[in-house]
Design a protein around this ligand. Structure first.
Ligand code: NAD
Ligand code: GLY
Length: 368
């Protein structure tokens, strides 16, 4: 089992990564507080697979099963969770445990942040993305019509338990999207991690390799948020690939790309810009492109209107006369606050849309 300490503004917490950790939950939780009363929150997909098992192993008083989907990461679910906690007689010293992907950990973490002005919560992430990103760093929140994560709180969990065996049931496409995010994290802070990346699908026999890779990614994120939990500066580097990524998600109504897939296209765009500017050597660029290829094929973007994409990027990131601020990869890492002009953006989208690509049998494309 790997053990990583994260420093937040409200104190330290541990991330435990390993296999068969759901069975070890009672012991892990006791190390935080021997007297904990737990109410579990999961969703209708994860609860029958893992959530009910986790709740039972801890003797949780009950489990709240959210409807599954990003579209439910909204106010009504927060209120429903709070009403449920109230019906259980939940008090300030009691604890909530979130078992699921980033939607569940963001929602349950936010409910924990606002219920009685803040109660303790534990994250049990069950997607690769939630293990390496969403459950670490203290961001919790919900969406509004106007955009994602517009309401939220910095409210770090008291413990994160990532049982890699839960990845066994994760749909392969979700796993690949998580791998793309892992490539992002590796480029930010641990290039050697790229050589240790497992190839999906997840197999129990490779659990140790997954455990090590996830731990390396969490160490990178822990370093960043340990210095800048509230995203006043350094934490912005975690947005590598997000500038174009958000525009792709919005342009397709969040229906075509999983978040990690949109970010993978965004990283490719950022890498092309970096190459043009001489920020990356050809060799580094090829290494990054190969790692993204290995994560898996992406849904296509060649039919999207470039003008709309450019406008979405400019609107989302509030372009000024100097252009839009991007995080760009360099040969050794990343560099934030790089101004990219509208003309450059048009050029890079053209290159992405017209580069020679292999189209897979299912219509997805993989290569730059
Ligand atoms: P998700 O929570 O929607 O999970 C993806 C799908 O996999 C869902 O259908 C879910 O029910 C299912 N699932 C989860 N675990 C499973 C398992 N073990 N077996 C089978 N199915 C399983 O999506 P996600 O990619 O985990 O998270 C995306 C969310 O995370 C977004 O809302 C994003 O804003 C948020 N996020 C937050 C942070 C943060 O710092 N707080 C960082 C990154 C992303
Ligand atoms: N996923 C970006 C962040 O945690 O800041």
């Amino acid at each position: 089992m790997e053990r990583i300490t994260v420093t937040g503004e409200r104190g330290h917490y541990e991330v435990r990564i390993g296999f068969d950790l759901l069975q070890a939950l009672p012991e892990l939780v006791r190390s935080v507080d021997g007297e904990m009363r737990i109410a579990a929150i999961s969703n209708t997909t994860v609860a029958p697979l893992w959530g009910r098992r986790a709740a039972a192993s801890l003797g949780a008083v009950g489990i709240y099963e959210l409807p599954d989907g990003e579209r439910f990461k909204r106010w009504p679910q927060v209120e429903a969770i709070c009403r449920w906690l109230l019906s259980l007689g939940w008090q300030r010293r009691d604890t909530v445990m979130a078992v699921g992907g980033g939607v569940t950990t963001d929602l349950a973490g936010f409910a924990a942040a606002v219920y009685l002005r803040g109660i303790r919560w534990i994250a049990v992430p069950t997607t690769l993305l939630a293990m390496i990103d969403a459950s670490v760093g203290g961001k919790t929140g919900i969406n509004l019509d106007a955009g994602k994560n517009l309401i939220g709180a910095f409210w770090a969990p008291s413990l994160v338990v990532a049982d890699v065996n839960t990845l066994e049931t994760l749909p392969p496409r979700e796993l690949r999207a998580g791998l793309a995010e892992a490539v992002k994290t590796a480029w930010i802070g641990d290039h050697e991690m790229l050589d240790l990346m497992p190839r999906g699908p997840f197999a129990r026999a490779d659990a140790l390799q997954w455990e090590r890779m996830i731990a390396r990614a969490v160490r990178v994120k822990a370093r960043v948020v340990g210095e800048d939990e509230r995203e006043r500066g350094l934490r912005r580097v975690l947005n590598l690939g997000h500038t174009l990524g958000h525009a792709l998600e919005t342009a397709t109504g969040y229906r075509r790309f999983l978040h990690g897939e949109a970010v993978a296209w965004g990283i490719r765009a950022a890498a092309l810009l970096a190459l043009e500017r001489g920020l990356m050597t050809d060799e580094a660029w090829r290494r990054l492109a190969r790692a993204l290829d290995a994560a898996g094929p992406l849904p296509p973007l060649d039919d999207l209107d470039p003008d709309s994409l450019v406008e979405l990027v400019a609107r989302d990131k509030k372009a000024d006369a100097g252009g839009v601020a991007w995080v760009l990869p360099t040969t050794d890492g990343v560099i934030p606050d790089q101004r990219v002009s509208i003309e450059e953006l048009h050029r890079v989208i053209f290159r992405l849309q017209h580069a020679s690509m292999d189209r897979g049998p299912d219509g997805t494309m993989s290569r730059l």
